[in-house]
Design a protein around this ligand. Structure first.
Ligand code: EPZ
Length: 422
């Protein structure tokens, strides 16, 4: 197993290019199951979660060919199985994203129950209730969700906002007979990207980007899906901006879309940071400028466009070096504070009371720490950059799931970071 050795008190400078968004690429790859023809998908992040999902599609019989590290051609015409096997699904719960497309195209989908993960139980009850409402029979057999039936449009009202739940239903609705209305839909940029890819393939979708979607299905007609370019990863971008903030350095991220980072940039500004933004759309550049003083803040995670839960751990690391006392309230996941104990081992002063963390800003000191989930791992890397001394972050396979070439990107910004063998 590998670990990262990181020298503290880093001063960063320069700029790095942000990769395509893992959480957009995953549903967009699944969406290709609905296609009549092979589809080229570009700007894929070179991370293990993407490789896992492409392995899953190949396992179903699709032909998947990488043209380069960031471009693949996926041909769904060879799919001859509707069973997403445990051995692959257990590696990545987002495999549930093949449920809607398989069911829509083949009238059947068997997906191993994803199981929980470090940040929570991660149920899929809302996904299943929705496809059942669309006419599928749903049963659990030997740890697999087995869905079967011809899909028809339905009115779906989500009790909780679910990103992959919304994506699954939108993809299922695209081929259903009739119109599907979704109330309380997720409106993350990644959900918008899925809707836009379907719309450009001729699927009628109203309300894209809002919490109410209306999809008119093609009644089983497969789609002519155009070449897809994955949107920038707003969470990767936010993570690197946090690296600039926690070391109080001026750094830039390029190939990003500031419009996807509204709540995050506002929170940085609350803490005393300023920005220079240039370019436009997905090809913009954001430069973070050092703060005279890093101020404490109050964070509450909510669904988009609110402050993203996927940035909670990274900002908690930042509050550890702020002046004063901050609070972080995690409202989406029941156990997304796994980074707290590790940050406290680095000298942080964080107290937990249910889903609220209180952080007294101060100094951090290097230590051996353990990554537990993707975003918690990145928070430990950020803390290590600011801490005195050297930090070793263990179990970094978590990081490799969602951060492309992390040590190369940090080294390019001037960090002293090595990937070593345990
Ligand atoms: C997506 O997960 C992201 N993953 C997560 O990113 C992200 O943290 C999360 O959305 C919230 O923004 C991908 O897009 C692949 P949810 P998802 O369904 O869709 C509850 C990362 O770090 N819920 O929006 O699985 C659920 O328990 C990952 O990149 C149900 O109760 O999350 C949670 O409390 C981590 N029943 C809340 O809804 C369901 O059927 C939001 O979950 C589904 C969800």
């Amino acid at each position: 197993m590998h670990y990262l050795q990181i020298k503290g008190e880093a001063k960063l400078s320069g700029e790095i290019k942000i990769s395509g968004a893992k959480n957009a690429a995953l549903p967009l790859i699944a969406l290709i199951i609905l296609s009549k023809n092979p589809v080229t998908i570009k700007n894929l992040p070179d991370v293990s979660d993407i490789k896992t999902l492409i392995q899953l599609l190949a396992n179903l019989g699709a032909k998947c060919e990488y043209l380069d590290a960031h471009t693949a051609v996926i041909d769904p015409r060879g799919i001859n199985s509707t069973k997403a096997v445990y051995d692959i699904v257990r590696k990545m719960r987002a495999s549930i994203l093949v449920l809607g497309p398989l069911l829509a195209r083949f009238g059947k989908a068997e997906v191993s129950m994803p199981g929980g993960c470090a940040i929570g139980a991660r149920p899929i009850d809302l996904h299943l209730k929705a496809v059942e409402k669309m006419g599928a029979q749903v049963k659990i057999e030997e740890g697999y969700v087995v869905c079967e039936g011809a899909l028809r449009g339905a009115n779906i009202s989500f009790d909780k906002i679910t990103v992959t739940g919304t994506e699954n239903v939108v993809m299922a609705a695209a081929l259903a007979h009739g119109e599907t209305c979704i109330i309380n839909a997720a409106k993350e940029p990644e959900v918008v990207a899925v809707c836009e890819a379907l719309a450009s393939a001729g699927v009628k979708i109203e309300g894209i980007g809002t919490d109410e979607l209306k999809i008119t299905g093609t009644a089983g007609e497969l789609l002519n899906i155009n070449e897809i370019t994955v949107i920038p990863d707003r969470i990767e971008a936010g993570t690197y901006l946090c690296a600039g903030a926690i070391t109080n350095s001026k750094i830039s991220v390029t190939s990003v879309n500031p419009a996807h980072l509204g709540a995050v940039l506002a929170k940085f500004e609350d803490m005393g940071f300023k920005f220079e933004i240039s370019g436009s759309g997905n090809d913009s550049k954001i430069t973070i400028l050092p703060a005279d003083e890093i101020k404490a803040t109050k964070i509450i995670t909510t669904e988009y466009p609110g402050f993203p839960t996927d940035m909670q751990a990274q900002f908690m690391a930042l509050t550890c070096v702020a002046q004063g006392t901050s609070t972080v309230e995690e409202r989406l996941f029941e156990n997304r504070f796994m980074h707290v104990s590790e940050l406290n081992r680095m000298g942080a002063d964080i107290k937990l009371n249910g889903n609220i963390a209180t952080i007294k800003g101060g100094k951090l000191a290097g230590a051996d720490v353990m990554a537990t989930d993707l975003r918690a791992s990145s928070a430990l890397v950020l803390a290590a950059l600011a801490a005195s001394g050297t930090t070793r972050v263990h179990r970094i396979y978590h990081l490799d799931r969602g951060y492309e070439s992390l040590e190369a990107k940090f080294s390019a910004l001037g960090a002293q970071i090595l990937r070593l063998e345990e």
